[in-house]
Design a protein around this ligand. Structure first.
Ligand SMILES: Cc1cc2nc3c(=O)[nH]c(=O)nc-3n(C[C@H](O)[C@H](O)[C@H](O)COP(=O)(O)OP(=O)(O)OC[C@H]3O[C@@H](n4cnc5c(N)ncnc54)[C@H](O)[C@@H]3O)c2cc1C
Length: 414
């Protein structure tokens, strides 16, 4: 078979898969990208969809539109169910798909840590339907609170609990506070703002663990300034839809729990018949190949790789760099060259807590407040895919900033 006939199947059009497919644009291969969704989603801005700041189509773009200029590219909208390593074949909802090389980048899902009541009654944030569910739920709570005569129940309807003090939880809590205190307060003039309570519960003794201590402390202060009650060592034991029970025995009456406490590898990992490590992630070779399957590369959130004795974080830059690296190693294989080990170039972390407030530790530069917020804005606009999305998000942000608005305050039916 000629080299040009080799087929590289990429599973997942997220950060890892999309970058692997793109990096193969000049390689003598056919690239088949498969995903159960027809779009690439910019997950870092999902919380803004959940808090009525952005519309879903502003942070997502159809895969066919992103890669339509790439001649060796094809897309299939399928759910991958399993994998036959011996036959080099994927089992999908539309039948088998054969590959010569396979890049698995199927990402992660919300990790409820086996808490069944939370899985049933809590709100995860991983995809567009999750974000819309949160938006609908929060806005519906306000409508129902306005109809409620019992002050206790009204307060429970206006209590919003965010679990998890990582970047997603912090950003979610900050955006929720601004939605309520800057915007909804105008929509509901009869609302007594003192009835509203937002809590950020963190099981450990710190938030934003990857940040330097100075920035973590600044973030906590900013959260309190935005009327968010930050609680440390607060471990959630149960949520029945009406009240949250903590391991300490404390009970918080609340109708809303947004679960941002972590992720684990997506279910496909469990169907590969391989031994998984922490968070269901599967250990790979330094070259990102699956042990015993040199034609299969596993990247992104689903892959377990260590650097300096620590697992690489489940973040977009890791997935992006892995995608590009896996593509380079496929080309090396085709050229008969040695494969290179993956080395992560850490660019740092950022988290915003609302207007003019963020913390940033990027390329060794530590910043907070307005400076960090401007860095956050710039970096996210640059990373968003598509000029239209960049423009509309920027316009939206400018409008919201100057007019204290959130345009997407619609309660839509599921
Ligand atoms: C709310 C939120 C906020 C975040 N914020 C940040 C941030 O600020 N900065 C940062 O660096 N990282 C952030 N992350 C993490 C970052 O988004 C992930 O690390 C990154 O998306 C991982 O890339 P990936 O390619 O491994 O998986 P993903 O980007 O999740 O892509 C996986 C793709 O695989 C598809 N897929 C999965 N299973 C199947 C199947 N069986 N069949 C077909 N298709 C399948 C999915 O539909 C998806 O398109 C955030 C994540 C979330 C959820």
């Amino acid at each position: 078979m000629a080299q040009a006939d080799k087929v590289v199947v990429v599973v997942g059009a997220g950060f890892g898969g999309l970058n692997a497919a793109r990096a193969l644009r000049r390689a003598p291969v056919q690239v088949v990208l498969v995903d159960r969704n027809n779009y690439h989603l910019f997950q870092p801005l999902l919380y803004q969809v959940a808090t009525a700041g952005l519309e879903p189509e502003q942070i997502a773009k159809p895969v066919r539109a992103i890669l339509r200029g790439q001649k060796n590219f094809d897309f299939r909208l399928v759910e991958v169910r399993g994998l036959d390593f011996a036959q080099h074949r994927l089992d999908t909802s539309a039948g088998p798909i054969a590959y010569d090389f396979l890049v698995l980048s199927h990402g992660s899902e919300t990790n409820f840590f086996g808490l069944d009541s939370m899985m049933k009654n809590g709100l995860g944030l991983k995809d567009i339907p999750d974000a819309l569910r949160i938006r609908n739920h929060v806005l519906t709570c306000f409508e129902h609170a306005m109809l409620e005569r019992d002050p206790e129940i009204r307060r429970a309807k206006l209590t919003f609990v965010v679990v998890g003090g990582g970047p997603t939880g912090v950003e979610m809590a900050g955006a929720l506070s601004e939605l309520i205190r800057l915007v909804l307060v105008k929509d509901y003039p009869r609302l007594n703002i003192k009835d509203v309570r937002i809590l950020l519960l963190e099981a450990t003794d710190t938030i934003l663990a990857a940040m330097p201590e100075r920035l973590r402390e600044a973030a906590v202060k900013t959260l309190w300034r935005k009327w968010i009650e930050v609680r440390f060592s607060a471990v959630v034991a149960d949520f029945d839809g009406d009240r949250v029970r903590l391991k300490s025995g404390e009970v918080i009456p609340a109708r809303t729990v947004i679960w941002a406490a972590g992720v684990k590898a997506a279910p496909l990992s469990g169907r590969l018949g391989l031994t998984a490590g922490r968070q269901g992630r599967i250990p790979v070779e330094p070259t990102l190949q699956l042990p015993g399957h040199p034609e299969v590369f596993l990247i992104g959130d689903a892959a377990y790789v260590e650097a300096n004795g620590e697992p690489l974080p489940m973040v977009a830059p890791v997935a992006i760099q892995m995608g590009q690296h896996a593509a380079r190693n496929i080309v090396n294989t085709l050229r008969g060259k040695p494969l290179q080990p993956f080395r992560y170039r850490d660019q740092g972390t950022l988290a915003t807590i609302g207007r003019n407030a963020a913390v940033a530790n990027v390329y060794g530069i530590q910043a907070r407040g307005l400076v960090a917020w401007v860095m956050w804005l710039g970096i996210h606009i640059i990373q968003l895919i598509g000029f239209r999305n960049k423009l509309f998000v920027l316009l939206n942000w400018a409008w919201d900033y100057f007019f204290y608005e959130r345009a997407a305050r619609l309660i839509t039916r599921d």
